[in-house]
Ligand binder design. Structure first.
Ligand SMILES: *[C@@H]1O[C@H](CO)[C@@H](O)[C@H](O)[C@H]1NC(C)=O
Ligand SMILES: *[C@@H]1O[C@H](CO)[C@@H](O)[C@H](O)[C@H]1NC(C)=O
Ligand SMILES: *[C@@H]1O[C@H](CO)[C@@H](O)[C@H](O)[C@H]1NC(C)=O
Length: 359
């Protein structure tokens, strides 16, 4: 019954040129009379369409490319090649809502929104419909659905894309617990980063992040990662872990932020300059060098991904003073690698500066 209804819908939508069917935008693609399969209806008689995607997540870097594998086959095997349609979409966190990424029929395809011009299919093997995303962005991480439609058969698989990156806690100029959810999101974005997800914070905790101030995460919860349990951070009795205050009011409640940054396209460097500089002079000096004063997310990315190591405190774009240590040594802070933070000195004090240049 449902199948028949779907046939009618398919046939009528093709005939009347309706723009939507099954969430697809066929309007542009199906207007090709030689290519529309005549709204062909297939009775599969027990033939099953199977879509294969990898179980393990894929990893990418900001600015890099990722190939999300997807193939399909028929069971039992078919002798003839068949027409099919492919739709890639990005799933919302709870895997319900979805956003179109790319739809393809034969050689024609169309990409949408943020993905326009950044995605294409690769079909190196027969029945391969893998998706390539180029110039990866921070927001690209998540679950993607590969959907293959052949007549009435509509099967899909999920591919998880993760970005390799670094999570850092962020406090603004005013100090601890100043940010509501929206401020926190903007604070991360202002530092060339985005608010971290729980999964990203959890991974950072597994890698040793320990921070005794609670910060906002993308899902609207407030949490903090503790590796070494101690009295002021939830108590000595509690096991190590990511401690949660649960969901908080996005306007009324104020905490720090956990931000996430991935690899950099440009370069971060300590500016060699004959004198120490005030904050305003530091900004101007980077500009004179054909660069900009570096943002906090950029310094963290350079420290994490290219082992930027410099034992000189420098101004950053938000007015904070920091330096990156990849190889700990005496007189350069604690024995662990990290980005050392001196907070926000008054802006007429004189220090070095870290600059950022697009390569
Ligand atoms: C229509 O489909 C045919 C066969 O697939 C193709 O050669 C042709 O370029 C298509 N026409 C347009 C306008 O896309
Ligand atoms: C990504 O793919 C694009 C186009 O296919 C290519 O020009 C670029 O060099 C690739 N980037 C990386 C980092 O491999
Ligand atoms: C495919 O071909 C084989 C042998 O060439 C034949 O036995 C079989 O019936 C065919 N299957 C279909 C579904 O046509």
């Amino acid at each position: 019954m449902l199948a028949e209804l779907a046939v009618i819908l398919l046939v009528t939508s093709v005939c009347k040129g309706l723009p939507f069917y099954n969430g697809f935008y066929y309007e542009h693609i199906l207007n090709n009379k030689t290519n529309n399969g005549n709204g062909e209806v297939i009775h599969f008689n027990g033939v099953r369409l199977v879509v294969n995607t990898p179980d393990d997540p894929l990893f990418g870097y900001r600015g890099g490319n990722a190939t999300l594998p997807c193939t399909f086959h028929y069971e039992p095997k078919l002798n003839s090649t068949r027409k099919y349609r492919v739709k890639w979409s990005k799933l919302h966190k709870d895997n319900t809502k979805e956003r179109d990424v790319l739809v393809a029929i034969g050689l024609r395809h169309r990409s949408f929104g943020e993905y326009k011009g950044r995605v294409h299919l690769i079909q190196k093997m027969p029945n391969e419909v893998s998706l390539v995303i180029t110039d990866l962005r921070l927001e690209d991480y998540g679950n993607y659905k590969c959907e293959v439609i052949d007549g009435l058969e509509d099967e899909s698989g999920i591919v998880e894309l993760e970005l390799r990156g670094v999570v850092f806690p962020y406090q603004p100029h005013g100090g601890r617990y100043q940010l509501n959810f929206h401020d926190a999101k903007k604070a991360c974005e202002d530092q060339d980063a985005m608010m971290a997800s729980f999964e990203q914070l959890f991974k950072a905790w597994e890698e040793g992040l320990d921070w005794c101030n609670a910060g906002w995460l993308m899902d609207g919860t407030v949490q903090y990662p503790i590796t070494l349990p101690r009295e002021p951070c939830g108590g000595k009795e509690m096991p190590p872990g990511v401690r949660s205050y649960g969901e908080r009011h996005k306007h009324l409640h104020r905490y720090d932020a956990f931000c996430f940054s991935s690899a950099l396209k440009g370069k971060v460097y300590y500016l060699e300059h004959p004198e120490k500089l005030t904050f305003a002079e530091a900004k101007a000096a980077c500009q004179d060098d054909g660069a900009q004063i570096a943002k906090v997310g950029q310094l963290f990315a350079a420290w994490k991904f290219i082992d930027l190591d410099r034992c000189d405190a420098g101004w950053l774009d938000d007015g904070s003073l920091r330096y990156p240590i990849a190889f700990p040594r005496p007189n350069c802070g604690p024995p662990e690698p990290g980005v050392r933070n001196f907070g926000f000195p008054t802006r007429h004090m004189k220090f070095g500066v870290y600059c950022y240049k697009m390569s």
